[in-house]
Design a protein around this ligand. Structure first.
Ligand SMILES: NC(=O)c1ccc[n+]([C@@H]2O[C@H](COP(=O)([O-])OP(=O)(O)OC[C@H]3O[C@@H](n4cnc5c(N)ncnc54)[C@H](OP(=O)(O)O)[C@@H]3O)[C@@H](O)[C@H]2O)c1
Length: 337
């Protein structure tokens, strides 16, 4: 019998409206004995991901809801410290997985999304960001769905988020003119001064419709939408003929139990022969390898940049989730376990 104990942040109450920190508790439990085909990951970093908000709701999303008393589901990276399948999971292998907000995670061969070994030389924090699911989402969303052409106008919301900041940089490399939309002057400054976006609008202090009209007088060819809701409706009003709207996320609707804003401006899509398309990275998991190789090159030669906001200690994960929905961070929020 193992004597190892597991510190976990568990869900004790489902949020009603905006998430509050009393929805979570820090608990200690025993680590289960490994069965054949399993390994034990010692978790190094866990993500504070927008998707967590959907997973802790009763209605669930593309995964079953996290149960009361269960560790909060999240992305993460860890190292194999015990194994019953040394071929699949050799000791010392660093892997990304849905580790959850906990110190240890038992992983099983064949689970989905797969436990993905991190390539040699890739730092765990890179694997949580540009060289992991964030990178893959931006890469596939831009290159496979949006497909920007040189000279096209590409607008991205949550422009300073992990996905948004990278999507804008990739679109720029494809020759598009990139306009961000973000929630603070510091974020606006980061994406324009450091990431090379052509412009960025602070949606909390500026009239987005008026600014888009000024910055994109001929309309928006591509809207990479991370936010949904009212902002999506505002941008739809300005979509160009043959425009494309990539529905990547709708974070404005996650942390509330209000009905989503009606999209009155969908009517403009027909006249302008524009289209909207949703996508989920989980449908394209087989392309993680390709995306990682390409993005690793771009990181190594300094072509793309990213930021992490690192919170120390698992016990601080709930308050980091609250910060995420306030937009009170610059860079991808991760917790060092
Ligand atoms: N389709 C997929 O497969 C897939 C995969 C991963 C992520 N996603 C989606 O991609 C988006 C970005 O994820 P991420 O992990 O990169 O995010 P992130 O780095 O955690 O950043 C999230 C940002 O969203 C903005 N935000 C929060 N609440 C908002 C609200 N009510 N209205 C407007 N903006 C709000 C905040 O920035 P501001 O200060 O600018 O408001 C916040 O900093 C999310 O919608 C996520 O669900 C989709």
């Amino acid at each position: 019998m193992t004597t190892r104990t597991n510190q976990q942040v568990v869900l004790v109450k489902r949020p009603q409206g905006a998430v509050t920190d009393d929805c979570f508790e820090l608990r200690i439990s025993a680590v289960a004995e490994l069965e054949p085909g399993q390994a034990l990951l010692e978790v190094q970093y866990v993500g504070v991901d927008p998707s967590i908000r959907g997973w802790i709701d009763e209605r669930g999303s593309y995964f079953a809801p996290v149960q009361i008393g269960e560790a909060v589901r999240s992305s993460g990276v860890g190292v194999v410290i015990e194994t019953t399948d040394p071929v699949a999971y050799p000791i010392g292998t660093v892997c990304t997985a849905l580790t959850g907000w906990q110190q240890y995670r038992v992983v099983t061969v064949g689970e989905f999304p797969p436990i993905t070994p991190v390539a040699e030389g890739v730092a765990p924090l890179d694997a949580m960001n540009v060289l992991g699911q964030i990178g893959m989402t931006a890469y596939l969303g831009v290159l496979d769905v949006a497909k920007p052409k040189p000279g096209e106008t590409f607008v991205v919301s949550a422009a300073a988020s992990g996905v948004g900041s990278l999507a804008g940089q990739i679109a720029k490399l494809e020759g598009a003119r990139v306009i961000g939309i973000a929630g603070s002057d510091a974020k606006v400054q980061w994406v324009t001064d450091e990431l090379g976006f052509d412009a960025c609008i602070n949606y909390k202090t500026q009239d987005v419709n008026a600014r888009l009209k000024e910055l994109a007088p001929k309309g928006i060819d591509i809207y990479f939408d991370n936010v949904g809701g009212e902002l999506l409706d505002v941008v739809l009003r300005r979509i160009a003929t043959r425009g494309r709207v990539v529905l990547c996320g709708d974070i404005s609707t996650y942390d509330t139990d209000s009905e989503p804003t009606p999209l009155r401006n969908v009517k403009y899509l027909m006249g302008r022969r524009a289209r909207m398309e949703g996508f989920n990275t989980l449908d394209h998991w087989e392309r993680l390898g390709e995306a990682t190789i390409k993005l690793a090159e771009l990181i190594a030669n300094g072509t793309v940049h990213r930021k992490d906001d690192i919170v120390e200690g698992l016990q601080h994960a709930p308050e980091a989730l609250l910060r995420l929905f306030r937009g009170d961070h610059l860079g991808k929020l991760v917790v060092k376990v």
